[in-house]
Design a protein around this ligand. Structure first.
Ligand code: GLN
Length: 538
């Protein structure tokens, strides 16, 4: 079968959950036995979101091949278990950079370089993938960021228009819109959807399928109205009502025949509806999980999306154990030695979040210290692990000025130090230690137990600073063990205090590889420890 292409655009407002719909379509097609990839095209100029503040853009997700990407790629991986790469996350900046680099090399042989056709051709080239590492794809799902009508997304729309025309039935356009409910009028309004589709049609794109986001159920008459105003078949007007969990979206889409509609449009026999047993089993477990476990998330960004993958990983590990993880965000900037006991009261576990720069780190150190001295399960991730190390150096090893050279370049006790390879780097974008690296785990450690005795693991990184091996012996003899080390360069990737219930810090980001059907073993192990600890406290 030739590769088929699904384009997903959004209208009316942003934040409708295009990423979830894209991931759900991927899941449903996978369930039908197709090989699928999902990619995101973002219309902003940054080469990647790696240099963006999380308040601008939420979490930065990292692929195994070391690309800093949009957080929607996290949804794609969690829903489908596919591995995304740098080819799955494209921005206007990357498109232009490729074209401009080509122009500088002289590849265009004296031609004037223009948005159409040069930029649009480069967009098309990247959208029209056929394989992943040589393995042929059945479906490429392309989500375009932003909202129809944005000036900056126009070249992407033009590229989709052209491809639609070239590919004929091998391409399907899905448009996601919003149907607001006006309380005063007591009515659901379809006009924004009609306008949004008109805008799309004005760009030469006729959507095949409409997914209407709504907070209230849409009846057939309303769907019929949308169908006839927008030239879309009734069965292709799908509603996406708010769900208690995003993981119910694929099932809801399947129930309304979204995948079947795609098959019909493309001309593939629809066949039987896949049972998706493991997914349903997961949803059953999620519904059954009523007992709550309170986990504190200590970070500096008071924004749901800033720690998206960590939040999802915690919840998924909870569902695996049939408990509901309640995540209590604690802003580390507000943490003091005096209030930490109150802030962590009732918590069954503490997660110290990743991050950059000085702001909020003293609070993270205080939280790590409180968890250590009170033996509360504690999981430090990246900067969180570094704060665990600094806290231990200051309060156990007695090195009161211990710090990371990121925060205090002059400290003689730089227990966290800049990596050798990072010392001469001047450009910030895409230059960290990024992507998957090998780590060898010490057998008999708590971490080894969590990983089920596996010796070599591969995890994703995003950092410039690292445990300073000069201090390793001191740490180990005082009780903090370096139980995970990169065998190629001796970088310490995991620390733990075996004398405590669960006190583990990882230099890597396990949250990037936790999926719905396979939550990450460290999160599973951490949540188990939280459940045990919570029970002893109750
Ligand atoms: N700022 C730290 C470093 O660069 C930690 C990075 C992170 O938490 N992702 O090493």
């Amino acid at each position: 079968m030739d590769t088929k292409y699904i384009f997903i655009t959004g209208g009316v407002v942003s934040s409708l959950g295009k990423g979830i719909i894209s991931a759900s379509i991927g899941k449903l097609l996978q369930a039908r036995g197709f090989k699928v990839t999902i990619q995101k095209f973002d219309p902003y100029i940054n080469i990647d979101p790696g240099t963006l503040n999380p308040y601008e853009h939420g979490e930065c997700y990292v692929t195994t091949d070391g690309m800093e990407t949009d957080l929607d790629l996290g949804h794609y991986e969690r829903f489908t278990g596919i591995h995304t790469t740098k080819d799955n996350s494209i921005t206007t900046g990357r498109i232009y950079k490729t074209v401009i680099d080509r122009e500088r090399r002289g590849d265009y042989l004296g031609k004037t370089i223009q948005v159409v056709p040069h930029i649009t051709d480069e967009i098309k080239r990247r959208m029209l993938r056929r394989d992943v590492e040589g393995e042929e794809l059945d479906f490429v799902i392309t989500e375009v960021g932003g909202t129809i009508g944005d000036i900056e997304s126009a070249p992407f729309m033009e590229a989709i228009r052209q491809m639609r025309w070239q590919l004929g039935r091998d391409a399907v356009c899905v448009h996601l819109t919003y149907v607001p409910y006006l309380k005063a009028a007591g009515e659901l309004k379809t006009k924004p959807t009609q306008h949004s589709v008109k805008e799309l049609q004005g760009m030469g794109i006729q959507p095949d399928i409409l997914v209407l986001r709504t907070e209230r159920h849409l009846d057939d008459a309303l769907r019929m109205k949308v169908a006839s105003f927008c030239n879309v078949d009734l069965e292709c007007v799908i509603q996406s009502e708010d769900m208690p969990s995003i993981y119910e979206v694929p099932v809801n889409m399947q129930r309304q025949g979204l995948d079947a509609a795609i098959m019909r449009k493309i001309g593939i026999p629809v066949g039987e509806t896949p049972a998706m047993k493991s997914w349903h089993d997961f949803l059953e477990k999620q519904k059954a999980a009523t007992q709550e476990v309170q986990v504190a998330l200590v970070g500096k960004y008071d924004l749901q999306d800033a720690y998206k993958s960590i939040r999802e990983s915690l919840s998924l590990a909870g569902i695996y154990d049939e408990v509901k993880v309640r995540i209590n965000f604690i802003n580390s900037e507000g943490i003091t030695k005096e209030n930490i006991g109150r802030q962590l009261a009732g918590m069954a576990g503490v997660v110290i979040c990743p991050g950059f720069g000085q702001r909020g780190i003293e609070g993270k150190i205080i939280a790590a210290g409180y968890a250590r001295t009170n033996d509360i399960p504690c999981f430090g991730i990246c900067l969180g692990m570094q704060m665990m190390v600094i806290e231990f150096a200051r309060n156990v090893l007695g090195l009161s000025d211990a710090d990371s050279s990121e925060m205090d370049p002059a400290t003689p006790h730089n227990v966290i130090d800049i990596m050798e390879e990072q010392k001469n780097i001047t450009q910030l974008g895409g230059t960290m230690r990024l992507g998957a690296y090998l780590c060898r785990i010490r057998s008999g450690s708590r971490t080894s137990e969590a990983y089920g005795g596996v010796e070599d693991i591969v995890e994703r990184h995003r950092h410039r600073y690292e445990f300073n091996n000069r201090f390793k012996e001191g740490f180990e003899s005082a009780g903090m063990q370096c139980v995970g080390v990169n065998p190629d360069n001796d970088l310490v990737e995991i620390v733990e205090i075996p004398a405590l219930r669960w006190y583990i810090g990882t230099q890597f980001h396990p949250e990037y590889s936790s999926t719905v059907l396979h939550p990450h073993p460290l999160f599973i192990s951490f949540i188990k420890a939280c459940i045990d600890y919570g029970t002893t406290q109750a």
